[in-house]
Design a protein around this ligand. Sequence first.
Ligand code: 5AD
Ligand code: SF4
Ligand code: FES
Length: 349
Amino acid sequence: MTRPEKSEIISLLSLTAKEEIEALHHRAYEIKTANIGKVVHFRGIVEVSNICVKNCYYCGIRRDNANVQRYLMQRDEIIDACLWAYKQGYGSVVLQSGERQDDTFTEFITGILNEVKRRSGGELGFTLSLGEQTRRTYDRWFEAGAHRYLLRIETSNPDLYRKLHPADHDFRARLDCLSTLKEIGYQTGTGVMIGLPHQDLSHLADDVLFFIDQDVDMIGMGPYIPHQDTPFANKIPDFDADAALELALKMIAVCRIFMPDINIASTTALQALNPTGREMGLLAGANIIMPNITDVKYRSAYQLYDGKPCLDENASLCRNCLEKRISAIGETIGYRQWGDSKHFTTRKS
Ligand code: 5AD
Ligand code: SF4
Ligand code: FES
């Protein structure tokens, strides 16, 4: 695949005519089916804790938001959720959490990885989405059986990054983490938020080029959605959900067109903007869905943005609901498979 010109990406992201946007989605979907097939892989996501040492201006669980009731799931609750997913035939799970680097937390995660690996006979795959950590921690988690890591860069533009975060949140440190993860041997994923304050199409085109240049295995990205208890609550005064969704879908399609064999998630935030948002993501070229398997008692406390869906629906309801939605668009679910990024397999061989 030749690296596209930035101008080409901008012109695709600028499309406004309905038929042209549909044609873009269609082109991406054809590329997805030709390279990956009409199959969606599930990753059950466990929202382990909303305790976070960081203070990102856009995020609902930022440290300074006093309106959040903080929790850390019990060890057994996390293990049970993972084993539930295993029994359902989900090939892998994602452990996601606010960021914490202390030993108590990192060792807690290592213990869970070891235990679930043991109890699933090594079969259940693990993706971690636990933020910036030291090389030592990433090493330990890899040894304990995690094989994929998602760390969003949020934006590939250092100046924009600075506007979205307090001064001690370091763009360079995040880039270094991405390199470390790759060196260790993780299938590495990153992503951005789409429609951020101060962001324009030029930034997004650079994000696509960043993904290509970083040679990423996976992308998890979604629309930026304001959260009322953050400094950015009113940054986008007339937030337009339809426009935000349209732009996020265009980004998925463009990424698929230029990165035919990577894993791209159709993220929950799409569904926050439209009840069928995740199906739309699949039809625009995504191939991964992350059904929420967190106990409902924690779900409302893990709101990164307003309007998060499935707050009252338990893991079984979400499974049934997503199964229906996926078969309604003519796709199947790849049960009992890790669904590794094809790109990773080729990159390694
Ligand atoms: N809108 C959309 N996504 C958000 N995230 C955090 N806050 C928001 C928001 N307001 C995303 C970030 C983070 C991921 C876990 O959630 O991209 O990396
Ligand atoms: Fe913490 Fe992640 Fe939210 Fe930033 S985006 S405040 S690191 S949970
Ligand atoms: Fe959770 Fe539909 S995806 S209820």
